[in-house]
Design a protein around this ligand. Structure first.
Ligand code: EPZ
Length: 418
């Protein structure tokens, strides 16, 4: 089984350039279905989830090629509205193709994406909104048969929860709808604004994305464009955590500082010294991290759920008690058992995890069960005494590009063994 072999307690120093955002690239790839023309998409990370999304595009008749971190997509000719179950299962967020397919072709047949390691991942908010927009959706045997005979119509919609995926699906469907869509209680994550900026660069009329209420005026068609995907805020924060747990100092470059503002207080209260620029920052870790108190995950601009596991790895070696409250997903503590194998002192009750920092973690053989839990194990292994083996890399490779190269060039003793 493929694994990362990490010999811990090596200070990380140097510079890391942050990859393009996975969670921006994926909905933008889905959005390319709406465009009748060539799309040149820069800063697309080379990740297995991105490859899965590209495979879906190709299965729909789109032409796609990659030149380094640029994807060149031509969706002029969509030859089918059906996405195979196999392709849908490759990536959880494939549901975001539904809105775009319905808007472009008037129909879509796909399997409901299953739950995954972090929870049930229901899609009720997606389906409710699209039905209100005029889609007829039949759920049968785990499949969704959808059609919009009279086209998608613009309406006023309020989401019961500011779901990122549901916000994206509504935006994508509304872009070619008849009339105006007003989406209230929309997600505010930076990836939402990036998707809107992409669609607007193709001729869409989307206003106030990134705020709680988004307005989309439907247009007849979208053209091609050349566009830059934003950088990955969770990857940026992850590399900060790697520096923090190894007593290192690093420059993390090429990402919008505003996007990680929700996690900066955690690093500051942990004793890290941070100097910020507009698109980069310098972080210097203290000899010993201290607890940052309570971490409650919330929709943006609250503390991101995707950084809960990496932050827990940090708090495992911080002086004092850190309390985590995971409010977004119901099963996002799979990494706790593995951190405890490394000597972490963590107890979980429901959606609350209490972490008592220990003086030192010890190396162990650990297994990643999901993407962010997996990277938490890498962070812990960087802090641990001795040689750890981290397996389950298929999860980590979904979200981190050139992980071991980036860490090795900063001084980590890390290698991948196939
Ligand atoms: C996106 O997932 C991200 N994925 C997730 O990142 C991220 O954790 C999440 O947003 C929250 O920020 C991508 O962007 C590809 P949600 P998404 O819909 O859209 C419930 C990572 O590690 N819900 O905002 O699936 C849901 O169960 C991944 O990069 C419903 O109940 O998240 C969850 O409890 C993991 N019904 C909460 O809302 C619905 O119809 C938030 O989900 C939809 C969601």
């Amino acid at each position: 089984m493929e694994k990362l072999i990490i010999n811990g307690r090596k200070k990380l120093c140097g510079q890391i350039k942050v990859q393009g955002s996975k969670n921006s690239t994926l909905p933008i790839i889905a959005g390319s279905i709406l465009c009748e023309g060539e799309i040149i998409l820069h800063n697309c990370p080379d990740l297995t989830d991105v490859t899965a999304a590209v495979n879906i595009l190709k299965s729909l008749g789109c032409r796609v090629k990659r030149e380094n971190d640029t994807l060149i997509i031509d969706s002029s000719y969509i030859t089918t509205s059906e996405i195979s179950d196999e392709l849908m299962r490759e990536m959880r967020s494939s549901i975001v193709f539904l809105g775009a397919l319905l808007a472009r072709t008037g129909e879509a047949v796909l399997s409901a994406p299953g739950g995954c390691e972090i929870g049930l991942r229901p899609i009720d908010l997606h389906l409710k909104a699209l039905r209100e927009m005029g889609a007829e959706i039949i759920e049968e045997g785990g499949n969704l048969c959808c059609r919009a005979n009279d086209g998608i119509k613009g309406i006023e919609i309020t989401l019961a929860f500011p779901s990122v995926g549901a916000t994206e699906n509504v935006m994508l469907a509304a872009t070619l709808a008849k009339g105006r869509t007003t989406l209230t209680n929309a997600a505010r994550e930076p990836e939402i604004k990036n998707l809107a900026d992409f669609l607007n660069s193709c001729g869409a009329k989307i206003f106030f994305a990134g705020e709680g209420t988004i307005i989309i005026d439907g247009v007849k068609r979208l053209s091609g464009t050349e566009f830059y995907v934003i950088s990955d805020r969770i990857a940026a924060a992850t590399y900060m955590a790697c520096a923090a747990v190894t007593g290192g100092e690093m420059d993390i470059i090429n990402f919008p500082l505003n996007d990680i503002s929700p996690v900066l207080p955690l690093f500051n209260s942990s004793g890290c010294r941070i100097k910020t620029e507009e698109n980069s920052l310098y972080i210097k870790a203290p000899e010993k991290l201290v607890s940052s108190g309570t971490v409650r995950t919330m929709p943006f601009p609250g503390f991101p759920t995707d950084f809960q596991a990496p932050a827990m790895a940090m708090s495992s070696v911080a002086e004092g008690i850190t309390i985590f409250i995971e409010t977004i997903f119901e099963s996002r503590y799979k990494h706790v058992s593995q951190l405890k194998r490394m000597g972490a002192n963590i107890s979980v009750e429901g959606n609350v995890a209490v972490v008592q920092g220990v003086s030192r973690l010890s190396a162990a053989n650990v297994y990643a069960e999901d993407l962010r839990g997996g990277i938490a194990l890498v962070i812990a292994a960087l802090a641990a005494e001795g040689e750890s083996n981290v397996s389950g890399l298929k999860h980590i490779d979904r979200g981190y590009e050139k992980l071991e190269d980036n860490l090795r060039q900063a001084g980590a003793e890390i290698k991948r063994e196939v």
